[in-house]
Every structure is written in structure tokens, then in C-alpha cells.
Design a binder for this molecule. Structure first.
Ligand code: PLP
Length: 731
């Protein structure tokens, strides 16, 4: 979230050497002359020069300093090699971390916030009074940052309007239109473009071409040419006065851009045309007062709309696990990005929940958004009966490529609960098809959670789950005690022995055992010892029942392994996946089975009796494929290891606070267990006040953040928890 006293503009070139730096520098000069406090940010500079002290000096920043001595400047990353940022980072980065758009965007946001805090409102700027931030890109919009992100992704994360600098030479129209398309596909607003004569026109034909270019780009690209910057040879003149004169000329040529920035709708508070007209005719002082009054008025309209929206929500919309008449409070969210949720009114929250654990790559990840948009353009959804499509097939290939190798068949379900239903049906059908008709029950342990549909509910914890409410309807399943053997303590086989006894007593009735491997999620955030899972697996084999592992919460890296069953080196017969599968963008889950299970069900012409309208939805499959592609990159390993370390650091101090009975961390999961139920309503409001999004349940205050969250953001989450517990806000 940016301070509202800063106008932020990204400046992109149609190519390397399009003249971005000259335009940025001249624009900064014009801004400073107009009385704007101005900050120039160069996020990535390649081709930096090593000075006498051995320090890197950014040539673009040096040029900006000469042109606009009154502007502040900031260079974030610098490389000496003059090549693409990706290659420069590969060649020079000592810690071998790839360049990534997300942390860079965060860093830029921080620089702007700190700078804006230290500056005051200006009063004689065109349009509403703000400060100006100019971010000069590197190369063109598709200049690579890494093997999967370009500069466009960084701009998209920032979301600032973009000024396009078009190098006015042969090919200008093509380059300009390609760049505009790159902006459009990232939903980036484009302020307009500047035609920059990178060198003097040498022939009559060249002059003619340049005369026509801006019009062609305006009509084909639907964006205004805000200024033409003629070739300015004086910028390199040896005499200071000649250079000054040249910069003055360039700044003058660009003043229409400054005006466009000041009056651009995206920046201005919502005012009517009439208000705007009156604004233009009044003196500067009253204009400032009017702007403030209009901002208040606009804020009030927003407030009224917001109140009406929340009222309708409260009176008519059902939220999870709430009374329809006395619901818990809900906040209106209007945007998300990375590990942040933006609320109506501008408050920004650091997200500790990954939206119930699914947004593993953070929100609005450009890679996922792009996959979704591309698929939407060709085919959003088709029935899966009798038809198939590449997104489903490619996702299936990826899933089988990363899942335990024994799994060979994929069923796409629309949600985690449905994936569990399908798994249960597979197991029951398998038993029936094999002629073991007495095997009609499922065994599990207490403390589990597998979803909210009837079949899934029947294997949830019988006390904390909803069994009591539905006791007449739910299938009767068989329960063993919760595995008390902690993940981080020496193994105590007592739990396994209790399980063995119960299974032996019912062996011929049990079609399958279903477990969440290692981490019991919504049933209590409990981490149990891998040896227990190994033991249960052996018992299943011994008694001829299938093992279903529900990795809906744990799959795709959450526990530090790609799948939690890898902690125990166990391969299930049936595997349920969901949540992080689509990176939290679309609803999709999958049930994977071994060839033996599929073959068993197919005996005597048998088929799996399940299929739903939205099965293998193409949008969901496309975005999931993109999510798995990110996972295959392997970056999650380091991220989750980092999260485990930082969560441990941040949450351990809670262990000695009154009311806390346990603090446990595994992978990207951090749990603080209290002695009694927490006051969810009070605690949640407290957290929102602290600028974090944490939703506790039962006796648990826990964190399951997106993997891309920064150390500072985790620290913010942990501090908020510590403060809530210290201040007893949970009671
Ligand atoms: C969330 C969850 C489910 C249910 O998934 P939904 O998509 O909410 O239906 C099932 N099992 C486990 C382990 C879960 O965490």
C-alpha cells in the first residue's frame, strides 16, 4: 500500500536504448521545477561503473542527478555486467538467489513509503497536490528477471501506471504496439507514450516516417502521444551551460507528461467533471481546500456504499460455520497481492492464513494470473464426459510426475471434500468389486479433518467434528485414538499398538484407513511421528485394507517435504490433493489411485460412479498446471525451510506466556495452542487492528502463510500474536 501523497509512475522503454533515462531525467527536472518533491528509483541497473573506491555507480542515476539536482534518487540492485538482469544476476550474485519480482516490488514499496513519510505535501503542483515517484525500468517490458519472470511482472506487482518511451526509429510502431499489448495483458494502466528521437533524422524519408509514427501508434494502440522529445545533442556538451540549456529544452518538451500525471483519473480522488472544471478556475489555495473537501465527500460516499454492502452481507449471505442471523463480523476485502490483503478504506493486512492454506505462492501471482487469462481466451470450461483437453492432460502428467510413483490414475474433483468422497467411494467400490462385500467401513484416528460433506464428515473427529449433529445420518466408521506421539519427540509405539488392536478386531469390515499424514490440520493442528504412519501402513498391508492419505492440507511443500508422506517414506493406495493445487486461485482437487485400485474397480466392467458438472474445469486445470510448474522449480524448498526458521524464532517466545500450553512448528506451519478456547471475534478484530490477517479456531492461534512471505512480514505476524497473548486479547 502506497502513501496517498505520492504519485507513482513506472517508465518503460519499447526496447533497450529507447531513451528511458533521458525521459526520466527530463521529467524529474520538469517536476522539480514545478515544485514537486521527486524520487527517481532505478530498481535494477546493469552496466554499473566501478568507481575508485570499488563501489558500483549507476550511470542512469548519475544522469538523473545532473538533470534534476533537486530530485532524490535510489538505486536498488546494481550489476557491473551490461546485459539482461537475469544474466547479470546469474553472473554476479554471490548468494545465487535468482532475481524475483515479488521481493523487489516489496522493497520498492518500502523505499517509497519511507521516502513519502520523510517528505511533506507540496502545494504548487499541477492537479491534486502530491509527490512524484518515477521508477525507471530496465530494457523493455519483456526483459527477463529470471527464467520465468520479466520486468512486466515487476510492473504488474506494483500496478503503477506506465509511461511508455518509444524509440522513434524504423520499427517504432511495431515495438510500441507490442509493448502496449504487454501492458494490456498484465492489466497495467498506460498513461500514454513519449516519442523519443534517439538520434537526429538523417534523410527526408526518415523525417517523414517520424512525423507519421505518433499518429499511427495513437490510432492503433489507443493511447495518447503525450510528448515528442526531439534529439538533444547538447546533453553531452562539454560546457555546463550548454547542457543546462539542453536539459531545460527536454524538460519543457515533457511538461505535457507532467500535466497528464497530475490530472490522471487513476490518481485523482473521484470527482465529477463539474467539480474538476470548477477546480481549474479557482486559485491554488482554495483548490487545495476544495480537494480536501472533495476527498472527504468521496470518502463518505465510499463509506455509505461500504455500510450497505456489509449490511446485505450480514443479512443475506452465509459465511462458513456461522449463524445466518448472528454472524461473526466480516471485513470487506477489495484487493490482494503477494502476502497482503487490502481492505475497503485502504487498510492493508499481512496474511498469515494463505486463505485457508491454499494461496501457497501468494496472491495474484503473475504466472498464475497469466495462465488463467490465456485459458479464458480460448476455452473456460467444457463437460468432461466424452471430451478432454490439454490443460487437464498436462496437469495430470505433472501430478503423476511428482506424486509417489505407485499412483497412476487421476480423478479431478471440484473441492477437497469431494476428493475425499471420491477416495472413499473408490475404496468401497474396490472392496465390493473384489468380492469382499463385508468391507463397508472406513477406519481412521481421532483428531482428523477430511471435509464437510457427509462421507468426509463421517471420518472427521467424532467429538470436534459435527458428528453429534448428524449422528443419525452419518455412516458409522471406526476410530482409533489420536496419535499422541509428537513429531519432535522420540517415538512411543503405544499409539500404534492401540490402532493395531482396533483394526485387528474389525479387519474384515474395513475397506480402507484414511489419515492426514503427519499433520492433522483443521482437527487440531497436531504433528505426529512419521513412525506411526509407517506402522499404520504396515497394518493396512497385513489386513488387506487400502490406505488413503489426505494431503489436501499438507501437499505441495507445506511440511517441508513435497508430500508429507515422504517423512515416513510411505506410498498410499489413494491420495487426495487440493488447496495449494491451484495455488489458491480456482477450486480444484484431485484423487490419485494406484493401478491396482483402478484395476480392481474395473473388474467385470465396473466403473467409478462419480462425475460432476465442473469436473476438470479447464480454467482450474490451467492455473493448477502453472502452480505445479512453480512448485517444480523447487524454490519452495528454501522458502519453506526459511519460513520454518523464522516462525520458530518468532513464535517460540509465546511459549512462556500465560495460557499457552504448546508452541509447535513444522515446515511453513506455526501453531500456538492455548489452554482453553479463544475468543475468535475479539481476537480477529484485534489482529485486524494490528494489520494482520490471522483467523484462530478452537484453542489454536496458528500461521500458515504463503511461501513467498518475507521475513519482515512473518515478524509482523508473530509480533501481533505475541501482543494479543500478552494483552489477553484472546479471552
Ligand atoms: C481443507 C481440507 C479438506 C476439505 O477441502 P475443501 O476444499 O474445503 O472441501 C479435506 N481434507 C483436509 C486435510 C483439509 O485440510
Amino acid at each position: 500500500m502506497l502513501p496517498d501523497n505520492a504519485l507513482c509512475l513506472s517508465i518503460a522503454g519499447t526496447d533497450t536504448d529507447a531513451g528511458k533515462t533521458v525521459v526520466t531525467a527530463a521529467l524529474a527536472r520538469a517536476a522539480v521545477a514545478a515544485g514537486l518533491r521527486t524520487l527517481i528509483i532505478k530498481p535494477i541497473q546493469t552496466g554499473s561503473i566501478v568507481d575508485a573506491q570499488g563501489k558500483l555507480q549507476a550511470p542512469d542515476i548519475a544522469l538523473c542527478r545532473e538533470a534534476a539536482p533537486g530530485a532524490d534518487t535510489h538505486a536498488l540492485l546494481q550489476f557491473a555486467t551490461a546485459c539482461s538482469p537475469q544474466l547479470a544476476a546469474q553472473l554476479e550474485a554471490l548468494d545465487e538467489k535468482p532475481l524475483r519480482a515479488h521481493p523487489l516490488a516489496e522493497e520498492i514499496g518500502k523505499v517509497v513509503r519511507e521516502w513519502a513519510l520523510a517528505t511533506t505535501f507540496c502545494t504548487n503542483a499541477p492537479g491534486p497536490c502530491r509527490n512524484l515517484v518515477l521508477l525507471e525500468g530496465a530494457g523493455g517490458l519483456l526483459t527477463p528477471l529470471s527464467h520465468r519472470e520479466t520486468l512486466g511482472e515487476l510492473f504488474a506487482l506494483l500496478g503503477w501506471p506506465v509511461l511508455l518511451v518509444v524509440a522513434n526509429r524504423l520499427g517504432a510502431i511495431n515495438h510500441a504496439l507490442l509493448s502496449l499489448e504487454a501492458l494490456r495483458s498484465r492489466h497495467l494502466p498506460c498513461l500514454g507514450f513519449v516519442m523519443n528521437e534517439v538520434r537526429e533524422a538523417q534523410s527526408e524519408l526518415e523525417r517523414t516516417i517520424r512525423g507519421e509514427n505518433p499518429k499511427a501508434v495513437e490510432s492503433l494502440g489507443h493511447k495518447p502521444c503525450l510528448a515528442k522529445l526531439p534529439h538533444v545533442p547538447g546533453l553531452n556538451a562539454p560546457e555546463f551551460s550548454a547542457r543546462e540549456a539542453a536539459w531545460n529544452g527536454a524538460a519543457r518538451a515533457l511538461s505535457p507528461v507532467l500535466h497528464a500525471v497530475g490530472t490522471w483519473q487513476g490518481f485523482a480522488p473521484k470527482t465529477t467533471t463539474q467539480e474538476k472544471r470548477s477546480q481549474e478556475t479557482v486559485s491554488k489555495e482554495t483548490a487545495a481546500q476544495e480537494t480536501a473537501a472533495q476527498e472527504t465527500a468521496a470518502q463518505e460516499t465510499v463509506d455509505q456504499e461500504g455500510v450497505a454492502l456489509l449490511r446485505f452481507d450480514r443479512e443475506h449471505l452465509w459465511h462458513p460455520y456461522t449463524s445466518p442471523l448472528r454472524p461473526l463480523r466480516a471485513w470487506e476485502a477489495v484487493g490482494s497481492s503477494g502476502a497482503r490483503i487490502r481492505l475497503k478504506g485502504g487498510r492493508e493486512l499481512v496474511d498469515g492464513m494463505a486463505s485457508w492454506w491454499c494461496a501457497i505462492h501468494g496472491y495474484n501471482h503473475p504466472w498464475l494470473m497469466r495462465a488463467l487469462q490465456t485459458q479464458a481466451q480460448s476455452m473456460p470450461h467444457l463437460m468432461f464426459g466424452g471430451l478432454t483437453h490439454a490443460p487437464a492432460v498436462r496437469l495430470g502428467q505433472r501430478l503423476l510426475g511428482m506424486a509417489p510413483p505407485a499412483l497412476k490414475h487421476v480423478f479431478f474433483a471440484d473441492s477437497g471434500s469431494v476428493a475425499v468422497e471420491v477416495a472413499l467411494k473408490m475404496a468401497l467400490q474396490y472392496g465390493q468389486a473384489k468380492g469382499e462385500t463385508r468391507r463397508t467401513q472406513v477406519m481412521t484416528v481421532r483428531g482428523g479433518y477430511h471435509g464437510d460433506t457427509l462421507g468426509a464428515m463421517s471420518v472427521c473427529d467424532p467429538q470436534d467434528g459435527m458428528h453429534a449433529l448428524f449422528s443419525g445420518i452419518l455412516p458409522k466408521q471406526i476410530f482409533a485414538p489420536r496419535p499422541e506421539c509428537r513429531f519432535d519427540a522420540p517415538y512411543n509405539p503405544a499409539a500404534e499398538q492401540a490402532f493395531a488392536k482396533i483394526l485387528a478386531a474389525h479387519a474384515d469390515l474395513v475397506a480402507a484407513v484414511i489419515l492426514e499424514p503427519i499433520v492433522q490440520g483443521a482437527g487440531g493442528m497436531w504433528f505426529y511421528h512419521p513412525a506411526f504412519l509407517r506402522g499404520v501402513h504396515a497394518l493396512c498391508k497385513q489386513h488387506g485394507c487400502l490406505l488413503i492419505l489426505d494431503e489436501i492440507a499438507t501437499g505441495f511443500g507445506r511440511t517441508g517435504k513435497l508430500f508429507a508422506c515422504e517423512h515416513a517414506d510411505v506410498q498410499p493406495d489413494i491420495l487426495c490433493l487440493g488447496k495449494g493445487l491451484s495455488g489458491g486461485v480456482m477450486t480444484l482437487a484431485a484423487t490419485l489411485a494406484t493401478h491396482e485400485v483402478a484395476e480392481g474397480i474395473s473388474q467385470g466392467g465396473g466403473m467409478l460412479m462419480h462425475g460432476s458438472t465442473f469436473m476438470a474445469n479447464a480454467l482450474a486445470c490451467a492455473v493448477s498446471e502453472a502452480s505445479l510448474e512453480l512448485i517444480s522449480g523447487g524454490g519452495w524448498r528454501a522458502e519453506v525451510a526459511r519460513l520454518e526458521r523464522v516462525l520458530r524464532q518468532g513464535l517460540s517466545p509465546c511459549a512462556c506466556l500465560p495460557g499457552v500450553v504448546d508452541v509447535r512448528i513444522l515446515g511453513a506451519i506455526g501453531v500456538v495452542e492455548m489452554e482453553s478456547e479463544v475468543n475468535v471475534e475479539r481476537l480477529q478484530a484485534f489482529f485486524v487492528e494490528q494489520g494482520v490477517w490471522i483467523r484462530p479456531f478452537g484453542r489454536l492461534v496458528y500461521l500458515m502463510p504463503p511461501y513467498i512471505i518475507t521475513d519482515d512480514e512473518i515478524a509482523t505476524l508473530c509480533t501481533a500474536i505475541h501482543r494479543a497473548l500478552t494483552q489477553e486479547a484472546w479471552r
